[in-house]
Design a protein around this ligand. Structure first.
Ligand code: SF4
Length: 174
């Protein structure tokens, strides 16, 4: 039985959703209701379409130029169990994983206490770009973020050092 994620769309070669060339998967479904959201068509949890995670993996593997995979939306955290299965397919590749979410990392640390899949997911992704889009803090000069409250968090370093470590990707290489 295949595993599916409900998605709005996929961009095969994005250069705006993280460093390098990335496959970006826009998950369907979001309840954060950010004023000024760029993707309100992704809010409805019943719209979009189901996509076999193997198909996403196979498509990514056909592109030798990719640096990584970006999960965007919508908010992938609402489908974290299957998002986890999806990113596990990439574990033995050289592709890194970025996840956008409207939750803050502090909220996710609370939520993971009752959610083993979320626990695993947060430890397997490389970067989390967190927080709702706040139109009062909109800043078009920011790379890969819409508003200044959002943080790019290096998840491997965060768990290693046991404190939140942010990055601007200036030391990124892949
Ligand atoms: S979290 Fe993202 S997709 Fe969801 S409402 Fe906010 S900006 Fe839109």
């Amino acid at each position: 039985m295949p595993d599916y994620v409900r998605i709005a769309s996929v961009i095969d070669d994005s250069i705006v959703d993280g460093p390098g060339i990335r496959m970006t998967i826009f998950f369907q479904g979001c309840a954060h209701n950010c004023a000024g959201c760029f993707n309100p068509e992704t809010w409805d949890f019943d719209k979009g379409h189901l996509c076999d995670i193997k198909k996403i993996y196979n498509a990514a593997m056909e592109n030798p130029l990719l640096s990584g995979i970006t999960l965007s939306g919508g908010d992938p955290i609402y489908q974290v169990s299957n998002a986890l299965k999806l990113i596990e397919l990439f574990e033995n590749t050289n592709l890194d994983i970025i996840c956008y979410t409207g939750f803050t990392i502090e909220e996710l640390f609370e939520m993971e206490k009752n959610n083993k899949d979320l626990q695993a997911f947060l430890r397997k992704i490389d970067y989390l770009i967190d927080g709702k889009f706040d139109i009062t803090k909109k800043d078009i000069s920011l790379k890969f973020r819409g508003s200044s409250n959002q943080r790019i968090i290096d998840m491997k370093k965060t768990f290693k050092e046991n404190k939140i470590i942010t990055t601007d990707f200036s030391d990124y290489s892949n």
